[in-house]
Design a protein around this ligand. Structure first.
Ligand code: NAD
Length: 518
C-alpha cells in the first residue's frame, strides 16, 4: 500500500476507523481459523494503487464456513423475529456511525463519487430501517377451510443459509438489501463479494461480526468468503444452501440459474439492464436533460439502471440532442473523491478495453458518434481507467445497442408517430430492468404504464432510469433475471411458506368429499 496516496485521500484513516489494520493480511471472515488461498489485490481505479491484499477462501475453508453458518442457523432461527430486528437495528447504528469512512472506502475501491459512496451506505441504512419494521410484520394469510371444524392458514419459516453473490458496482448496498431482510427472516448469510471490491466486503463483515459478538450471538450468522467465480461455485453447487441471490451480468446469471436449478435450489437473480428513457413531444426538456445525463454518466455508466438509450420523438429530436450534447460539455471527469468532479473512473483497464471496443463497434455498425469518447491520460488519470462519456446516434436493432456495455455510452434513437412506437423500441431488447418516460401528457404516461406498455421491472414517469428507492421491490424481467429484492414483499423469497390445516373435531373428513370408510 502506498502511504503517500492513501494519506492524500484520507483512506488510511477511513481504514483504521473501519477496523482494517493489516491490509496485507486481510482474512476472509475476520476470524483467524482460515487457512486461506491465494491473495487477490484490491486495486483502486482512482489512482491505480494497491489498497490491500485479500486472502481468498479455499474449499477447506469454505467447509468450515458452511458448518459454522449451519450451526448458527439453529440458534438464530429460535430468536423471535422482533429480537432479530433489534440486532439489525444495532447493526444500523454502526452503519450510521461509520457512514463516512465506509462511503469513502466504497468510493476509493470502486471509483464512484464520494457522494454516491455515501448514498450507497445510506441505502444500507434505509434497508435496515425497513427490515426492523418488517421484523414485526412477517405475516401469512388465513383462509376458510372447506371442511367443518377445520382451520387453515399459512405461515413463513426461515429458509436456512442464504448465499449472496454480488457485483462490483454496488459493493455494499446489494449485500445489505439481501442480508438485512434475510436476517430478520431468521436466515444466516454467506456473502461472496466481487473479486474487484473485496475490501469493502471485509469492512462490512467486521461491522456485522462485532454486533453479533457483542450480543453473544454466533459468528456464523454473517459469513464472508472471498475470491472469483470458483469461490462462488462452492455455494451454487452446494445443496446445503437453499437460496442463492446473485447480482451481476446476464452471462453469470444464466450459469448460476442452471447450476442451482440442477439441484432444485432457489435463485434470486439481479442481472444486466439496457435501460431507456422515452422523450415525447410533451416532455419537459430541462428535466429530461438532467435525468438523461445523470442516468448515462453517473457512476461512469456502471449502474445496472444506467440510461443507455434515449428514444426521442422526431419533432423534438434536434432540440433534445443539442441540449444533451451541450450538457456533456460541462461534465468534469476526475478523482471521484473530489466533489467538483461528476464522473470518476471505470473499474479497471479491462472495462476500458470493453468501452473502446464498443465505440469501435458503434462506428462499424453504422452509428454516428456525436460526442467522441476516449481514454484520458496525464496527471490525475494515471490509473488508465478514466474515459470520456460518449453519445452516438444509432438504431435499436444494431447489435451493439442490443448489448449492455457497462460504460458511459448513450445511444440516441429517433421515433415517429405515437408513443406506442417508442414503447415498442424500448421493449425491443432482451433485458428488462429499468425504463422511463418524460412527458406531461397523461395519456402517454398511462399507456407507458399499462399492461401493453413498458415490459420492465421498473417503469418511471418524469424520473430517469437510474437509481431506486428501497421501499419498492427492485428487479427486472427477461434477461435481467426476474428477481425482486429490497422493499415491498420481496422478503418472501427468503422464507419457506407452509400451509397448515388443523382439525378440531372428532371426525376425519377428507378433502374434495372423498369417502374412506374402514
Ligand atoms: P459479473 O457477472 O462479472 O460478476 C458478478 C459476481 O458474480 C462476482 O462476484 C463474480 O465473482 C460472480 N460470478 C461470476 N461468475 C460466476 C459463476 N459462474 N458462479 C458463481 N459466481 C460467479 O458482474 P460484474 O462485472 O461484477 O457487475 C456488472 C454487472 O452486474 C452488469 O451486468 C450489471 O448490470 C449487473 N448488475 C445488476 C444489478 C441488478 O440489480 N439488476 C445490480 C448491480 C449490477
Amino acid at each position: 500500500m502506498s502511504t503517500a496516496t492513501t494519506m492524500r485521500f484520507g483512506i488510511e484513516e477511513a481504514l483504521q476507523q473501519l477496523g482494517i489494520e493489516d491490509t496485507n493480511k486481510g482474512t476472509s471472515t475476520g476470524t483467524d481459523w482460515f487457512a486461506g488461498g491465494d491473495a487477490i489485490d484490491s486495486i483502486s481505479p482512482v489512482d491505480g494503487e494497491k489498497i490491500a491484499s485479500v486472502t481468498t477462501t479455499t474449499k477447506d475453508d469454505y467447509e468450515k464456513v458452511i458448518t459454522t453458518a449451519t450451526e448458527a442457523f439453529k440458534k438464530w432461527r429460535t430468536l423471535p423475529a422482533p429480537q432479530r430486528g433489534e440486532i439489525v437495528r444495532q447493526f444500523n447504528e454502526e452503519l450510521r456511525r461509520l457512514k463516512e469512512p465506509l462511503g469513502k472506502l466504497v468510493s476509493y475501491e470502486m471509483g464512484k463519487s464520494y457522494q454516491e459512496g455515501l448514498g450507497e451506505v445510506q441505502e444500507m441504512i434505509d434497508i435496515c430501517d425497513f427490515a426492523v419494521g418488517l421484523s414485526r410484520q412477517l405475516h401469512g394469510l388465513t383462509m376458510h377451510s372447506e371442511r367443518p371444524g377445520h382451520r387453515m392458514y399459512e405461515q413463513y419459516h426461515p429458509l436456512g443459509v442464504v448465499g449472496i453473490i454480488s457485483a462490483f458496482n454496488f459493493p455494499v448496498a446489494v449485500w445489505s438489501w439481501n442480508t438485512a431482510l434475510a436476517w430478520v427472516c431468521g436466515d444466516v448469510c454467506i456473502w461472496k463479494p466481487s473479486e474487484k471490491t473485496p475490501l469493502t466486503g471485509i469492512a462490512c463483515q467486521k461491522i456485522a461480526a462485532r454486533v453479533f459478538a457483542e450480543n453473544g450471538l454466533p459468528e456464523g450468522i454473517s459469513c464472508l468468503i472471498n475470491g472469483d467465480y470458483r469461490v462462488g461455485e462452492y455455494m451454487t453447487t452446494d445443496s446445503r444452501i437453499p437460496l442463492i441471490s446473485a447480482t451481476g451480468s446476464t452471462r453469470m446469471g444464466k450459469i448460476v440459474a442452471k447450476t442451482v436449478g440442477e439441484r432444485l435450489g432457489k435463485t434470486l437473480l439481479e442481472l444486466g439492464g439496457n435501460n431507456a428513457i422515452i422523450v415525447t413531444p410533451d416532455a419537459d426538456i430541462k428535466m429530461t436533460v438532467i435525468g438523461a445525463v445523470f442516468g448515462a454518466v453517473g457512476t461512469c455508466g456502471q449502474r445496472c439502471t444506467s440510461t443507455r438509450r434515449l428514444i426521442v420523438h422526431e419533432d423534438i429530436y434536434d432540440k433534445v440532442k443539442d441540449a444533451v450534447t451541450d450538457a456533456y460539455k460541462q461534465i468534469k471527469i476526475g478523482n471521484p473523491l473530489d466533489e467538483n468532479n461528476h464522473v470518476g473512473p471505470l473499474i479497471d483497464t479491462d472495462a476500458v478495453k470493453m468501452y473502446q471496443d464498443a465505440l469501435k463497434s458503434v462506428k462499424e455498425q453504422g452509428g454516428n458518434v456525436i460526442v467522441e469518447g476516449g481514454v484520458l491520460e496525464g496527471e490525475g488519470y494515471e490509473s488508465g481507467c478514466y474515459v470520456k462519456p460518449a453519445i452516438a446516434e444509432a438504431k435499436n436493432d444494431m447489435q451493439i445497442v442490443q448489448h449492455e456495455t457497462f460504460a458511459p455510452i448513450l445511444y440516441l434513437l429517433k421515433y415517429s408517430g405515437d408513443v406506442g412506437n417508442a414503447i415498442e423500441i424500448q421493449n425491443g431488447v432482451k433485458q428488462g430492468l429499468s425504463s422511463a418516460i418524460m412527458t406531461n401528457n397523461l395519456r402517454e404516461a398511462e399507456q407507458f404504464l399499462s399492461h401493453g406498455g413498458s415490459d420492465c421491472g421498473i417503469a418511471n414517469v418524469n424520473i430517469g432510469t437510474s437509481g431506486a428507492e428501497i421501499g419498492g421491490a427492485f428487479g427486472g424481467e427477461k434477461d435481467t433475471g426476474g428477481g425482486r429484492e429490497s422493499g415491498s414483499d420481496a422478503w418472501k423469497i427468503y422464507m419457506r411458506r407452509q400451509t397448515n390445516t388443523i382439525n378440531y373435531t372428532t371426525e376425519l373428513p377428507l378433502a374434495q368429499g372423498i369417502k374412506f370408510d374402514l
